[in-house]
Design a protein around this ligand. Sequence first.
Ligand code: ADP
Length: 166
Amino acid sequence: MIVYLTKGDITEIEADVIVNAANSFLEHGGGVAYAIVRKGGKEIQEESREYVRKHGPLKTGEVAVTSAGKLKAKYIIHAVGPRYGIEGEEKLEEAIRNSLRKAEELKVKSIALPAISTGIYGYPYEVCARKMAKVLKENWNLDKIIVCLYANYAYDVFKRIFKEEG
Ligand code: ADP
């Protein structure tokens, strides 16, 4: 398994699965979620609503799967991260771990993850980077894990922490 850190727009990444930083209602109105639906098409939003109608809203830390619409990926895994100051960072760890578990279940080889909870939900990049480093060290049956950072500063923080955490 190889882990890559990359800078840019996650919708441009070639991976079997793209992880979305979602909210409990899977309403993709802002941040990375909006970028995914804008490029992937409204079917992603429609499938998301269908999921919530059937199963109810997701709890923090949980994930749901939809197609990737017009994106090259096979699936989107929508992961609900915690809100800073309201929900604890163990939920961020859960959201990351559940995303990778779901990818394994889907029998895919590659997955791209954004910095969950570090946008609208307000977590510091450093906390997210440490959680990612911890979870990625676990034994995953995936060939390639790409962590995709949007801001230059986010990329620098992740690079430093990944180096520190080995
Ligand atoms: P959350 O509500 O979980 O904080 P956001 O979508 O607001 O989710 O932000 C999560 C992270 O995704 C932030 O660091 C943000 O800068 C980043 N981001 C926003 N757009 C994109 C994109 N197109 N590709 C990758 N990362 C993105």
